[in-house]
Design a protein around this ligand. Structure first.
Ligand code: ADP
Length: 281
């Protein structure tokens, strides 16, 4: 009896060990970087849910790496909640030339691309379906002339849906930093984000706990307003390196409000920046 054919190849003999089609590498889904750009390292900043401070951590890591003398970019992939431009006081629109869309630079030279830099009205809601959102993020990689960048921070869309999936598949992410807060609900969801990174074979560089506590400006006492932190336990359980804790600090919010985030002088994420530097030299 003739061997049953197992694939669509017309020359299939049923023996995959000698077949070229079967041994072909799976097609890469990585998007091609803009021809005029060179990006050395891509770091994704991830959270399971919105509002935990993912953009705050992205911006702070970008500023710290910029202060170390690196050329830094921020790709704001949080298309429906883009907060990065406002934090840096950017309210102009991005321009374009023959080589691509030109990212807007902050006062200290961090290059930024965000959906809000392309919209006519920054307050207009982005009511797009998943594939369109994901396509926009890909275009930030293919159509933006980033020039030379040492560290590109990607403010990832929250959650584990269509858009983060496409970002993971389309951009060559070297490692991710996970952001959590000290609430059981958030820890539960953050585990999903860690597991997604693992499934996609993206190394997790470590985890940051944001909004860990509030320090009283008068007596210096720290209050755990979201309850006691289980950060170290969570990191141990997930086998992820703890990269630092950041309190709720109203000075940071004020700097965001006036678009002068680059002026912060807190060192909460110093060890996170050092880890990124060591992991991606
Ligand atoms: P996400 O990107 O996860 O949605 P954001 O970074 O936009 O979250 O933060 C949500 C809000 O909380 C913002 O208004 C931000 O300024 C504020 N925020 C985040 N982290 C801190 C912090 N450590 N101290 C003070 N305000 C913070």
């Amino acid at each position: 009896m003739a061997e049953e054919r197992k694939c669509n190849d017309t020359s299939c003999t049923g023996d995959c060990s000698t077949c070229k089609s079967a041994q072909r590498e799976p097609e890469s889904l990585l998007a091609k970087l803009n021809d005029y750009s060179s990006v050395k390292h891509v770091i994704g900043v991830v959270s399971g849910k919105g509002g935990v401070g993912k953009s705050m951590v992205t911006a702070m890591l970008a500023v710290l790496m910029n202060r170390k003398g690196y050329k830094v970019g921020i790709l704001d992939a949080d298309i429906t909640g883009p907060s990065i431009p406002k934090m840096f006081g950017i309210n102009c629109r991005a321009m374009m030339d023959d080589n691509g869309i030109i990212p807007v630079e902050t006062a200290n030279g961090i290059k930024i691309m965000s959906c809000n830099l392309l919209l006519e009205n920054a307050e207009a809601p982005v009511v797009w379906r998943g594939p369109v959102l994901a396509g926009a993020v890909k275009q930030f990689w293919t159509d933006v002339n980033w020039g030379e960048v040492d560290y590109m921070f990607v403010d990832m869309p929250p959650g584990t849906g269509d858009v983060p999936l496409t970002v993971y598949q389309s951009l060559p992410i070297d490692g991710s930093v996970i952001v959590t807060t000290p609430q059981d609900l958030v820890s539960m969801i953050v585990k999903k984000a860690c597991n997604m990174a693992n499934m996609m074979n993206i190394p997790v560089l470590g985890m940051v706990e944001n909004m860990s506590y509030v320090k009283c400006p008068d007596c210096g006492k720290e209050f755990n307003i979201f309850g006691d932190s289980h950060f170290e336990e969570l990191c141990g359980e997930m086998q992820i390196m703890p990269l630092g804790k950041m309190p709720i600090d109203t000075r940071l919010t004020e700097l965001c409000n006036v678009g002068e985030f680059e002026r912060f002088d807190a060192d909460y994420l110093k060890s996170a920046a050092d880890t990124i530097e060591k992991a991606n030299r």
